[in-house]
Design a protein around this ligand. Structure first.
Ligand code: PBG
Length: 329
């Protein structure tokens, strides 16, 4: 025995799969995964999204099927995004009771509403002809307070259609308070708000903008989404949203923002969600398609990292696939 013989040997607990499993602190559970789904008005059959292999823009029928399969696989929830046939300056289709998202939400409420959590993304960018997340002033700026009125109306339309949770993603100041007030006064006091609280102006949303057809037609979203370099903004936004009545707070994107997830998880006593966004998904899929990464292992590693950082809930395009794999092994 040498003087340098290590007394403490962490490797002891890594020796077998059984030992590693016993001492693991972090797991990925199907029930904490939420699957984003897209429904598009006016298409005859589901269409693939080229930059997101395996992800579809659904018809109402194919959406119902995809949702039922995902719920069957054991996922915790679904979040729905709509692509309307007609867009205008105020995003009229977003709160139209006959709009595509409301119709699809009602379909899903009937199909899987008792077995899963139905979430609706609440924003305007998919519905406006200019692609911004709010209505514009005459000079082309996003008008915060005029947008809040639109969000308040959309929340009620989504709740009436059957959403259990609305998820405002537009990063307007005061959006959670405006939505909470309008839900409460319309009799939807039990509809929860999952606030996209710390949402960064990220280039990782690129593929999503194909899927939701919502790229801004001019400018970008930096005047309302957070600057990745503004580290202190995250907790400030989260605490404001909690104050305004958020039930769940979300950080987005996930993998590049694990520090933010960890600091929020340490600071708040609410469920914390993280959105593994389209670019995070596309990056892995593209590398795997080239044979450069072990796809399935990388997927689990990213989800484990997001959980380890402190996310209780993860929105991921791999939700159904991973849930199925976790259940069937
Ligand atoms: C806005 C919204 C976006 C995403 C979710 N909600 C796009 C954006 O902010 O530009 C991105 C999700 C993803 O990239 O997977 N309604």
């Amino acid at each position: 025995m040498t003087a340098n013989y290590p007394v403490t040997r962490p490797r002891r607990l890594r020796k077998t799969q059984a030992l590693r499993r016993l001492v693991a602190q972090v797991d990925v559970r199907p029930s904490s995964l939420v699957l984003p789904l897209f429904v598009k008005e006016g298409i005859g059959e589901a269409q693939p999204v080229p930059s997101m292999p395996g992800v579809m823009q659904h018809t109402r029928d194919s959406l119902r099927k995809a949702a039922a399969e995902a719920v069957d696989a054991g996922i915790g929830g679904l979040i729905l995004f709509g692509v309307p046939a007609v867009k205008d300056g105020r995003g009229s289709a977003a709160d139209d009771p006959r709009g595509i998202v409301q119709l699809a939400l009602a379909d899903l409420a009937a199909e899987v509403g008792h077995d899963t959590v139905l979430m609706a993304d609440l924003c305007l960018d998919e519905y406006t002809d200019h692609g911004h997340c709010g209505v514009l002033t005459p000079s082309g700026e996003v008008d915060n307070d005029a947008t809040l009125e639109r969000y308040a109306a959309i929340a009620v339309a989504q709740a009436a259609a059957g959403a259990h949770v609305v998820a405002p993603s537009g990063m307007m100041d005061g959006q959670v308070a405006a939505i909470r007030a309008s839900l409460d006064s319309a009799g939807f006091g039990d509809v929860a708000i999952c606030a996209y609280s710390a949402k960064y102006a990220s280039a990782f949303y690129g593929p999503f903008r194909d899927a939701a057809e919502c790229a801004p037609q001019f400018g970008d979203r930096s005047s309302y989404q957070q600057d990745p370099a503004a580290a202190k903004d995250a907790l400030r936004e989260v605490l404001l949203d909690i104050d305004e009545g958020a039930d769940i707070v979300m950080i987005k994107p996930a993998l590049g923002y694990l520090d933010v997830i960890a600091s929020v998880a340490a600071a708040v006593q609410l469920p914390v969600a993280a959105y593994q966004v389209s670019g995070e998904f596309a990056m892995v899929e593209a590398a795997a398609a080239n044979g450069w990464l072990d796809r399935d292992r990388v997927i689990m590693e990213t989800l484990t990292a997001i959980r380890r950082a402190g996310a209780d809930i993860i929105l991921t395009y791999w939700a159904a696939e991973v849930a199925r794999r976790l259940v069937t092994g």
